[in-house]
Design a binder for this molecule. Structure first.
Ligand code: DQA
Length: 153
């Protein structure tokens, strides 16, 4: 990376997050995914970094998106794997394979919900996890990831 090149962050949203706004607003909030991505883009601009964002419902497409980060010059990953958080060895393996600093985010506090949501297959390979603040979890996550990348540069 040339000196002073802006950091490049991949934001990866998992299944059913395309339905935010209409999906269980009491749990996930009323913001749509488009609104969250807009807020993230504004914050990225303020923090001086570039964002690429994607959402996929399929596990394989999410694995492809994670693998692409290694050819796209991405510096860090902000990911909400949604339901795959609790089940996907493939997503965990892809994150380990690319080896980029990763922050795990959730809109809801998964510990205040059903027991199966307490399991995360990526918790131990993430640099940190932020949850329970609805759309602000993403904004806090982006700040934390950029701070980590700048601190460790
Ligand atoms: C979620 C929590 C998951 O348990 C759930 O399956 C989701 C969203 C969250 O952001 O709170 O789809 O990742």
């Amino acid at each position: 990376m040339p000196p002073n090149a802006p950091l490049k962050i991949a934001v990866i949203h998992g299944p059913n997050l395309n339905m935010l706004g209409q999906r269980e607003p009491g749990i996930y909030g009323t913001a749509s995914l488009g609104h969250i991505d807009q807020k993230l883009a504004l914050l990225a601009h303020e923090l001086g970094c570039d964002l690429v964002s994607c959402q996929h419902n399929g596990e394989g497409e999410l694995v492809d998106a994670i693998q692409r980060t290694s050819i796209d010059g991405i510096d860090g990953i902000l990911i909400n794997p949604a339901a795959y958080t609790h089940t996907s060895v493939a997503i965990r393996d892809a994150l380990v394979a690319v080896g980029l600093p990763t922050v795990e985010v959730h809109l809801s506090n998964v510990y205040a919900r059903e027991a199966f949501r307490r399991e995360s297959l990526i918790a131990d390979i993430a640099i940190g996890r932020i949850m329970g603040f609805q759309k602000d979890s993403y904004l806090l996550g982006l700040r934390a990831l950029v701070g980590h990348l700048r601190g460790s540069a």
